[in-house]
Design a protein around this ligand. Structure first.
Ligand SMILES: Cc1cc2nc3c(=O)[nH]c(=O)nc-3n(C[C@H](O)[C@H](O)[C@H](O)COP(=O)(O)OP(=O)(O)OC[C@H]3O[C@@H](n4cnc5c(N)ncnc54)[C@H](O)[C@@H]3O)c2cc1C
Ligand code: SF4
Length: 483
């Protein structure tokens, strides 16, 4: 156990965020560094529970009490070894995970939970600083060739596991750079891309080959892929976005969040001078109250938007857990992300009836109406219609599943009822030697689930190719969050 009285004597403390007026002038991460001694005290709050519910909260099954204890004892090198035992990329989860482990922490029943995510990122940051993260190339090779399609967190986790298991792994990515949504989608202010680049460096040194700018299904056919490789992992994400077919949808100035955000990534990384879709000087409306919407809010503020309003059709969630989400479930509560701290307004229980254009065909306003939920149907409240001025509207309403045209159609792989790629308990699809991991099989989800699925699919592929049972498989395809 860490400090036996830590949870009684040390209050929860997290690092401060950089002042809003400074951070919205750059793309750097929001949080300031945290003193090492303070972090060790925070790790000391862990009670090393007999049944650590945080394990259950974490889809990777991270050994949280073990590394908390090691950090509290200042044994950081063993801490990274224990952390890497279950998580290939703690720097991605340590910056981006919504930390369902913390809402499942036993201390959280009647006190503030342990700052698990902060301990996680501190361990991996220190490990990189000290040079403890080294390439781990395989000691023996199997001679088997594996293609991974898609370079998001699920594809990268599968590739790293399979390379280390001795297979020759090639990762195909249609974008011009590797990383999936970690590269193009998730803003720099949530995770700076040097974190991704240094991990890719390690993977290259281990022997994983990356081919960016290759759209499988177009540049390489499915048939070619199946002929050239002993196994294929589909990790193409759930990139088909949900649209809003309201009148005026086609006016100039209405875009999908994922048309808008990648340009900002390119500007932040110096690949582009100015974004073709720019919020500068505009009234911006973001439709969709989730995390993608919050990313649009933070990006619009950094681009110098005149005003930013985020719309959500659902009512505002409660401030604290409701009876519908008792501990240790991940609760639906009102959350204020760093992007929301930076300004803007959030409107709940509203729907967009129409996009209104000016005489030049450019967006000038949205016609909104308040709605009430009647048994799952959102019914307009008469007399509440109004116009909200906007010159840029961004649709952040989620994703309906993977794109079918191209690769999936060519393969003829079976889909499940939700339109995702169907798989069995080993992550194998309906086709021989074809596996699936991440959002492409699970539907739109989280980084932590993508990594867990990538690891589990790698175990399935390795067993298929060699008949052995050596790689860990943290989750079954049917596992769901405790929610
Ligand atoms: C804007 C945004 C912000 C998010 N923020 C968070 C967050 O803060 N925390 C969190 O936990 N989750 C977040 N998510 C969700 C998270 O990013 C995803 O769940 C996760 O990235 C899924 O990983 P993946 O590997 O399955 O797919 P992806 O990351 O989507 O990667 C799939 C890759 O496959 C490539 N690809 C697809 N088809 C082909 C093909 N035919 N040939 C070659 N390449 C192909 C795509 O170009 C893409 O790069 C966010 C999602 C979005 C959209
Ligand atoms: S990956 Fe997420 S759920 Fe798991 S320990 Fe880290 S922050 Fe918690």
């Amino acid at each position: 156990m860490a400090d036996p009285k830590g949870f009684l004597t040390t209050p929860r403390e997290t690092p401060k965020s950089r002042p809003v007026d400074i951070r919205i002038r750059d793309w750097r991460e929001v949080y300031e560094d945290f003193e090492r001694s303070k972090l060790e005290q925070q790790a000391g709050r862990c009670m090393d529970c007999g049944i650590p519910f945080c394990h259950q909260g974490c889809p990777l099954g991270n050994l949280i009490p073990e590394w908390n204890t090691l950090v509290w004892r200042e044994d950081w090198q063993d801490a990274i070894e224990r952390l890497h035992a279950t998580n290939n990329f703690p720097e991605f989860t340590g910056t981006l995970c919504p930390a369902p482990c913390e809402t499942a922490c036993v201390l959280g029943i009647n006190d503030d939970p342990v700052t698990i995510k902060r301990v996680e990122i501190s361990i991996i940051d220190r490990a990189f600083e000290e040079g403890w993260v080294k390439p781990q190339p395989p000691t023996t090779r199997t001679g088997k060739k594996v293609a991974v399609v898609g370079s998001g967190p699920s594809g990268l986790a599968a590739a790293q596991q399979l390379t280390r298991a001795g297979h020759d792994v090639v990762v195909f990515e249609r974008a011009d750079a590797i990383g999936g949504l970690l590269r193009y989608g998730i803003p720099e202010f949530k995770m700076e891309k040097h974190r991704l680049d240094r991990r890719l460096e390690q993977m290259r040194a281990e022997g994983t080959e990356f081919r960016a700018g290759v759209n499988v299904g177009v540049d390489v056919t499915a048939e070619q892929l199946l002929a050239d490789y002993d196994a294929v992992v589909l990790a193409g994400g759930a990139t088909a976005w949900r649209d809003l077919p309201a009148p005026g949808r086609d006016v100039e100035g209405v875009y999908q969040a994922m048309q808008y955000l990648p340009y900002a990534n390119r500007v932040a990384s110096g690949k582009l001078d100015s974004p073709p879709i720019d919020a500068n000087g505009k009234d911006v409306v973001v439709i969709g109250g989730g995390d993608t919407g919050a990313d649009c809010v933070g990006t619009a503020h950094r681009q110098g938007a005149r005003s930013v309003t985020q719309l959500e059709i659902m009512p505002r969630p409660p401030e604290s857990r409701s009876d519908a989400h008792p501990w240790p479930m991940y609760p639906m509560i009102y959350r204020v992300s760093s992007a929301h701290e930076e300004g803007g307004e959030r409107l709940y229980s509203v729907n967009t009836q129409e996009f209104l254009a000016d005489e030049n065909g450019h967006l000038r306003a949205l016609k909104l109406v308040e709605v009430r939920n009647e048994g799952g149907r959102f019914v307009p409240v008469e007399g509440t219609e109004r116009e909200l001025p906007a010159q840029l509207a961004l649709l952040a309403m989620g994703f309906v599943g993977p794109e079918r045209e191209g690769l999936l159609d060519q393969l003829g792989v079976e889909l499940d009822q939700r339109g995702n790629v169907a798989r069995d308990g080993t992550y194998k699809t309906s086709l021989d030697k074809v596996f699936v991991a991440g959002d492409m099989g699970r539907g739109q989800s989280l980084i932590v689930w993508a990594i867990a699925e990538g690891r589990s699919a790698a175990a399935g592929v390795d067993a298929y190719l060699t008949g052995r049972d050596v790689l860990p498989a943290p989750i079954a395809p049917t596992d769901r969050p405790i929610a």
